[in-house]
Design a protein around this ligand. Structure first.
Ligand code: NDP
Ligand code: MG
Length: 390
């Protein structure tokens, strides 16, 4: 018998996307139910969430359970796992219909891979999965009965603009970028920006890693790679444009010169819900645009001199098939060091560049070789962070 509700596992439920996904599920509790929730170390919030949503499985990936004492929720209702790798197995559970992957960083790659292997529908916020493993994941998708629906707002906008269209008719995808908190700064002014300044995103409230990626605009570089794999388009056909209001979430231009776009207030609940309900829509009690008050929308070209990370990302795809994995791992390490106040904002790009130039990748592309390349890059990037970039 078919289960009445759609059963969801949220990987990274204590994060910015995870919490918003839970709000949506609460508002549509006749349609959706939560089966599994995971956090890295925030066990207090995970415990609250598990109790509120009666989740059957709780996972902590970043703590040690030496005495076996950690129990999330009520032991009669919830099975707790404290294990860094167990998500790779649990995404197989027959009682999961959708895996919503809102983990941050390369940690999200393996669960995406194993969920698709297990023929699940994956609602994907974790863009790093596709940046690093796009080739492997898209190959897996040809054999898997599972599917991959993006949550990233730009990619959701692309998907919505592609409904009813043929791939051959696409001329170009225009991916919009807010420009982040440093959109108007000169290179000189960027020399000494603080962590606090970099964390002040003008339009979106998000986790700290993606907020820093938005400040360097690496986020747009990662998203171009993400779009390249999701929609099977050459990287040259995906053009970034700065649009400071974040109202147009992305656009697709077709061969007749017509452009379709998806617009709305910057609110991640819209793409999260769309990924869960796709291809249908469900009501959302979010704010609405008052179009009579929108007098102007602004656009400007990307300044690659002030924001070199976008070009580094694009070029990493052309370098070799391990390029994006090196880019991503170096970026994760550099951002973590920057957030800890151990390197400067302007060092981030130098560290990534150095890793891309120095690390070789001669292996055949596979799940295992990518995991190894990620680790090798992290070790090298940490050494640079500790010894300085000069
Ligand atoms: P957050 O940092 O807010 O949340 C990350 C979640 O992952 C938390 O639940 C955290 O647990 C868990 N986590 C952290 N590190 C690890 C690890 N090494 N292994 C397993 N779990 C881990 O991130 P966001 O919600 O902002 O972003 C999640 C993903 O979605 C990212 O890939 C981001 O690029 C993407 N995205 C986010 C958007 C946003 O608006 N936030 C918009 C578009 C895309 P704990 O709380 O215990 O640390
Ligand atoms: Mg985005």
């Amino acid at each position: 018998m078919k289960h009445k509700k759609i059963r969801i596992a949220i990987l990274g439920s204590t994060g910015s996307i995870g919490k918003q996904a839970l709000e949506i599920i609460q508002n549509h509790n006749k349609l959706f139910e939560v089966v599994l929730l995971s956090a890295h170390s925030n066990w207090r919030l995970l415990d609250e969430q598990v109790k509120t949503f009666d989740a059957k499985y709780a996972v902590l990936t970043g703590l040690k359970n030496e005495n076996g004492h950690i129990q999330i929720g009520d032991s009669a209702k919830t099975k707790t796992y404290v294990d860094p790798y167990v998500l790779n197995e649990l995404v197989n559970l027959p009682e999961i219909d959708i895996v919503l992957n809102s983990l941050v960083g390369f940690a999200g790659f393996s669960p995406t891979y194993y969920a698709l292997k297990a023929h699940k529908k994956v609602a994907l916020a974790n863009k790093e999965s596709l940046v690093v493993g796009g080739a492997i994941i898209t190959e897996l998708l040809t054999e898997s009965k599972g599917s991959l629906i993006p949550i990233d707002s730009e990619h959701s906008a692309m998907l919505q603009s592609l409904v009813g269209e043929e791939k051959e008719d696409i001329e170009e995808i225009i991916i919009t970028a807010s420009g982040g908190p440093f959109r108007s700064l000169t290179l000189e002014q960027m020399q000494n920006v603080s962590v606090e300044q970099a964390l002040q995103h003008p339009n979106w409230s998000m986790g700290s890693k993606i907020t820093i990626d938005s400040a360097t605009m690496m986020n747009k570089g990662l998203e171009i790679i993400e779009a390249h794999w999701l929609f099977d388009l050459p990287i040259e056909k995906i053009t970034p444009v700065v649009h400071p209001e974040s109202i147009i979430h992305s656009m697709v231009t077709y061969c007749d010169g017509s452009t379709k776009a998806q617009l709305g207030p910057p609110d991640m609940k819209v793409p999260i819900l769309y990924a869960l309900s796709y291809p249908r829509r469900l009501p959302l009690n979010s704010s609405r645009m008052d179009w009579s008050q929108i007098h102007k929308l602004h656009f400007e070209p990307v300044d690659y001199l002030r924001f070199p990370c976008i070009e580094l990302a694009i070029n990493s795809v052309r370098l070799h098939n391990g390029g994006p994995a090196i880019l991503n791992a170096a970026n994760e390490v550099a951002v973590a060091y920057f957030l800890e106040g151990k390197i400067k904002y302007i060092d981030i790009v130098k560290i990534i560049e150095r890793c891309l130039n120095q690390i070789q990748f001669n292996s055949t592309l596979s799940y295992d070789s990518l995991v190894e390349l990620d680790q090798q890059t992290r070790d090298y990037a940490r050494t640079i962070c500790q010894h300085g970039t000069n």
